[in-house]
Unconditional design. Sequence first.
Length: 139
Amino acid sequence: MDQFTLTENPASVDVQQLMDLYRLIQGVPAPTDPAYIEKALAGSDYVILASTRSGQLVGWLRAISDGVSATWIPEMVVHPEYQFLGLDGKLLEALIQRYNHTVIYMHNGYDAYYQRLAFYEKLGIKVRANMLVCARESE
């Protein structure tokens, strides 16, 4: 995993790179407005980016937390070519290390997540049979 650089809570983010990466994944519609991403990042408590040595963005995760009892991962995006190399695990491990004292909830709608369910369960991110998740679509 030395081939990747992880940057926690970067001072600045290239929003276009995030949007380009988002378009590569399947199962979730990509945002088309840079302001949408900028607002989401500004409202996040934790952001981590993964880049190759050459600087190519290949993954990112953002989280919202009260810092006490609950942390929610609304987005984790990993470039399709890097999805089965453990990069998603590195992003999650960094978040877990920071927010281990809270319950961590993960919302992930892209197809590769379901293929890697056993992998995430090893990190403690498990499907909870007794949870009801409801959502209202944004306008």
